[in-house]
Design a protein around this ligand. Sequence first.
Ligand SMILES: *Cc1c(COP(=O)(O)O)cnc(C)c1O
Length: 410
Amino acid sequence: MTVSVPASRAECAALDAVDPLAALRKEFTLPANGIYLDGNSLGVLPVRTPEIVRRTVEEEWGQGLITSWNAAGWTELPFVLGDRIAPLVGAGAGEVLVCDSVSVNLFKLLTAALRLRPGRRTVLGERDTFPTDLYIAEGVTGLFEGGRSVLLDSLDDLDAHLDDSVAAVVLSQVDYRTGVLLDMAEITERVHRAGALMIWDLCHSAGALPIDLTACDVDFAVGCTYKYLNAGPCAPGFLYAAPRHHAVAEQPLTGWFGHAEPFAFTPEYRPADGIGRFLTSFPSLLALAGLRASLEIWEQVDLNQVRAKSLALTGLFMDQCADLEVVTPVQPERRGSQVAIRFPDGFAVVQALIERGVIGDFRAPDLMRFGFTPLYSSYTDAWDAAQALREVLASGEWRAERFGRRGAVT
Ligand SMILES: *Cc1c(COP(=O)(O)O)cnc(C)c1O
């Protein structure tokens, strides 16, 4: 795969003029005088969201009150919204559920996976992955006698660890720090050959590139809606379970909404058929309203166009920063939609960029991250951001004392 890279701001403007996704930019509330390159951490506010949230609050809750459970279709939302996410991840109807957070969903699926592989008690993950996934693996394996969570220093060690003690492997399709994209089909097949189950974390890939969970024969997946999907801060997560597991998977958080008949109020738990058994409680209706709104936009989006633009944006940014220590792979098939640059004082550099209106972020110990979101990032944004970074570094302005102070969230 080769991607040609624009070499001037004028070329970027020309690409913006013919960009098939350009019209979607007006769907989003963007900073007035800035360039937002952190949609891989918190997606921006869609223009349509406040009105949909207002209607949910004032009409469905305020006026409809309890009748809205049926009249406004509240009871169906975890399923309906899951079905709308399904095409974004290559799943079918009834295979994706919106609920809880990524961590809680991983807890449910990983426990179910261990129960599906009795006699196997090891979970493999990558040491450098997003830590909550590792913490959950540690928590889940701690509940099983002989359970252990093994952290690989590198995926090169995967085969050496894939013995008959391994119940499940948990990996992020795109690494949150480096932007490395893994080969979902190839790794899933290798894990299956060893008799283990494969769980993918899609937080940095859902909405950033086409995903095909069905073709890759994935067992389970979790994902996030507040990053590339723009559902709003702390919006609920989603989970996927392959249909072959629906009737047999036993998740541990057996709350009333995962019951076959929640409103029969029987004392014994009986799991729902299908994906519904992975529900525990009902997700926040107000948070779901943000997702309802943003998924309307995603219905108009062709993910192949998203991928092509994403690779062009990251490609041109990397090209402009080629003299820096870019850790994101240059090969298009090996990267997601962000660029990570190693720089020990990256925190201060990112703060200096934010003062200039270019919003990226920093991940300890030494990586600056710049996320590109093709629905609202333009080619000229990527160009201008790269020039701002070059200027901040060349001038040394990041050395000013005020850029060294850290808040609670970096
Ligand atoms: C953002 C992110 C999460 C978020 O987890 P929550 O439990 O929803 O807060 C989990 N895993 C990865 C890889 C992420 O990038």
